[in-house]
Ligand binder design. Structure first.
Ligand code: NAP
Length: 448
């Protein structure tokens, strides 16, 4: 048997994910060699503090604080430090030295993907980041490779486990947001500072990456409209439930015409088509496949012209699950070196533009507190019709305030697909209508 060549692997970071990657590299060396066609030798692990106890037992001599020196002499570099710097400079230096890079750093890829890809192309090396979106779930490679002969029209993703856990708690127990968040923190699903998760920033990074690969155009974080879940109330959840919906924080990337309809064309030189990339709380019918995604799990639902509907489901975070995605990228990168080339990475021939949120088209759920008197429904229906928003479902419940004895009614409306601009104008006009006391909620609906 011919002797396998050895590839030097440098690991940057040994936290939740990095420690598991190091363990797999050491424990499963023979398996990895047979899968990749080369022996993968872990030559060093860069950390901030070499004395910090690690989740797994690893040889002390592998640890260093000099990440810069480590990447200089590696064939493969795995970046699992997180943050923008020094991760960005180290990745660029590694690629300039001819190393293939694997990273799980969604913040960096979403912010500065074009620079990283340009450098990878220039150096002729592979840059991969399967772990950056939805942890263990193989989603980027299927989009990039398996669906490269199809046209993706829409991607809907539950890509943040923390917010899915919180919304699921609110849905199943009736808890308010603050209580569900406290429970998520107690169980370790949410960080002490939960801002990046609950305000949708983490999901927005993943939305930019999903949109870029799905529509063959580089989108950055700036192209993503983002709303988090901190303003979703127990009343919103209860009303949605009552109407047969569940509320999920979705990362959405979909192809639209400038007027708001969908299109089948890949590009439009006249600029009449584009991609809406957005993150916001969304009502989904309870029978939609994504509605069944409970707890901290992730899932990505894809619609493609020929494949139809596809769903990818699994653990979106955690050391071992995320390490699985990293190892897949590493074996693929090692194979590319053994075979003598980086292979085809992402393509950017789509050249579609990112549309503003006002161009998005979806159905809406609107809650209204209205006066309980004759003619109210007709007035409201006319107001919606005047703004070109057609109503699919309208339900009224009445209640009497025990203190004031004033009777009022709550109206719940689900619209047909309408443009965000038309909806915004309708809501604005509704606030001025004499029979409407207040607009209690406005939420977007998908999957109807
Ligand atoms: P983590 O537990 O915070 O670990 C970070 C590691 O990087 C630590 O070992 C730290 O060293 C090291 N490090 C940080 N800054 C450094 C610097 N300037 N120089 C040298 N070493 C440095 O992070 P993680 O949860 O493993 O996440 C790693 C990456 O994977 C992030 O980009 C994250 O977004 C991504 N990711 C994580 C998950 C997940 O479930 N955790 C899922 C998907 C993607 P010390 O240990 O000495 O402090």
């Amino acid at each position: 048997m011919t002797e396998l060549r050895t590839l030097k692997v440098a690991l940057l970071g040994c936290g939740n994910v990095g420690a598991q990657v190091a363990r797999i590299l050491l424990d499963d060396a023979d398996m990895l060699a047979s899968r990749s066609g080369a022996r993968l030798e872990l030559v060093g692990i860069a950390v901030r503090n070499t004395d910090t106890p690690r989740d797994v037992e690893l040889p002390r001599e592998l640890f260093t604080t000099d990440a810069g020196a480590l990447v200089k002499d590696a064939d493969l570099v795995i970046e699992l430090m997180g943050g923008i710097e020094p991760a960005r400079s180290l990745i660029l230096a590694a690629m300039r030295n001819g190393a293939c890079v694997v990273t799980g750093n969604k913040a960096l890829v979403a912010k500065d993907g074009p620079t990283l890809h340009e450098e990878a192309d220039k150096a002729g090396v592979q840059l991969s980041y399967e772990a950056a979106v939805a942890g263990a779930i193989p989603i980027l490679r299927p989009i990039r490779d398996s669906l490269s002969g199809d046209r993706i029209t829409r991607v809907l993703g539950i890509v943040n486990g923390t917010t899915n856990f919180i919304l699921d708690q609110m849905d199943s127990t009736g808890a308010q947001f603050a209580d569900a968040l406290a429970e998520a923190q107690r169980l370790g699903y949410a960080e002490a500072d939960p801002t990046a998760d609950v305000e949708g920033h983490d999901a927005a990074s993943k939305a930019a990456i999903l949109a870029s690969l799905s529509f063959h155009t580089r989108f950055s974080l700036d192209d993503v409209y983002c709303e988090g879940i901190s303003s979703v109330t127990a009343a919103d959840i209860a009303a949605a439930k009552d109407a047969g919906f569940v509320i999920k924080l979705l990362a959405i990337a979909e192809k639209l015409t400038a007027a708001g309809g969908e299109t089948g064309t890949e590009t439009d030189a006249a600029g009449t088509t584009g991609v809406s990339v957005r993150v916001h709380p969304t009502l989904l019918p309870r029978e939609h496949p994504l509605a069944a995604v409970r707890g901290a799990f992730n899932a990505v639902f894809i619609e493609a012209e020929n494949a139809g509907e596809l769903m990818f489901y699994g653990q979106g975070a955690g050391g071992k699950p995320t390490a699985s995605a990293v190892m897949g990228d590493l074996v693929s990168a090692a194979r590319s070196i053994v075979l003598g080339g980086p292979g085809r990475a992402e393509t950017t021939t789509g050249k579609v533009s990112a549309l503003p949120i006002t161009a998005a088209a979806t159905s809406y759920y609107i809650g209204l507190d209205v006066a309980d008197q004759p003619g109210v429904l007709a007035k409201i229906a006319r107001l919606f019709a005047d703004h070109g928003v057609s109503i699919e479902i309208m339900r009224q419940t009445t209640h009497r305030d025990a203190d004031s004895n004033i009777e009022s009614a709550e109206l719940r409306i689900v619209t047909h697909r309408a443009s965000e601009a038309a909806l915004a104008a309708t809501v604005e006009a509704a606030k001025g209508l004499d029979v409407i006391n207040s607009v209690t909620s406005v939420l977007r609906v998908e999957g109807v």
